[in-house]
Design a protein around this ligand. Structure first.
Ligand code: 16G
Length: 242
């Protein structure tokens, strides 16, 4: 592929197509270096600024990463998360990763106004509050904060969740099978505490997900999760517009 100077498509967009083809096609594999800015400029007859603009954008999208003094490399593809009522453990296992879970905080507390509303409970109802760092092959992926009414799982606090699935525990120990859910997803900046846990530079983007999961029409879990923006993307099939 070459840059067409007569094309109405901006040169940085044309270079983007060329680089994407190199990254996603058969040209390069993960952790391979891409040609330097100078080499790309010479090869495609582009200014250094145009080349940098294109690379900056691909770095921001998580398709490339820079190592100061070394160059720019092909990043791992992001995990394409389906919009489903899946547990982290199940999802990661299906992708061939070893899922992990580290407790950051677990306690029983009275639900505040917001949590109580989300759970359809009177304020002050006792709930389990669980904050966990979720890992895949020991790499931090997400921070999850779940609130679960005591009525569904009275002694949940006595069960370890290290390396164990919360959803599986709910099902096996308490006979609570989640059968529906709703979820919102927003772009957000990682808060400084979560950034440390996720080993991300301050100010990194995350996908902020709020989930309510139900069993027989009753809300069992309200969860707020921060997923690494550099490792996750959402994927869904699209139905025809009705
Ligand atoms: C998912 C849920 C989270 C739930 C967890 C259970 C999102 C955004 N969140 O990660 O609400 O607590 O699964 O996973 O999808 P586990 O069964 O592996 O503990």
């Amino acid at each position: 592929m070459a840059i067409d100077p007569a094309s109405p498509i901006p040169k940085y967009s044309q270079l983007r197509e060329i680089l994407l083809d190199l990254i996603e096609g058969s040209g390069l594999v993960v952790d391979d270096a891409i040609p330097s800015e100078r080499e790309l400029g010479t090869e495609y007859g582009l200014s250094r600024m145009t080349v940098r603009q294109t690379i900056d954008q691909l770095v921001a999208e998580g398709k490339l990463y820079r190592v100061p003094g070394k160059g720019t490399f092909v990043a791992r593809p992001k995990i394409a998360m389906a919009l489903a009522l899946a547990s982290f453990t199940h999802d990661m296992r299906q992708r061939g990763f070893t899922p992990g879970s580290r407790d950051i905080l677990r306690r029983i507390e009275p639900a505040g106004g917001h949590a109580a509303r989300m759970l359809d409970l009177p304020p002050g109802t006792r709930v389990h509050h669980i904050q966990r760092l979720r890992t895949a092959d020991d790499e931090p992926m997400a921070v999850e904060r779940s609130t679960i009414p005591l009525s569904f799982a009275p002694d949940l606090d006595t069960h370890s969740l290290a390396g164990r699935s919360l959803y599986q525990l709910l099902e096996e120990e308490y006979g609570v099978l989640l059968d529906s859910g709703e979820q919102t997803i927003e772009a957000a900046i990682c808060d400084p505490t979560d950034a440390k846990l996720l080993r991300l530079p301050p100010g990194s983007p995350v996908l902020l997900m709020q989930r309510r999961s139900f069993s027989n029409g009753r809300c069992v879990e309200v969860a707020t999760s921060s997923y690494r923006g550099d490792r996750y993307q959402l994927q869904t099939a699209l139905d025809p517009r009705r």
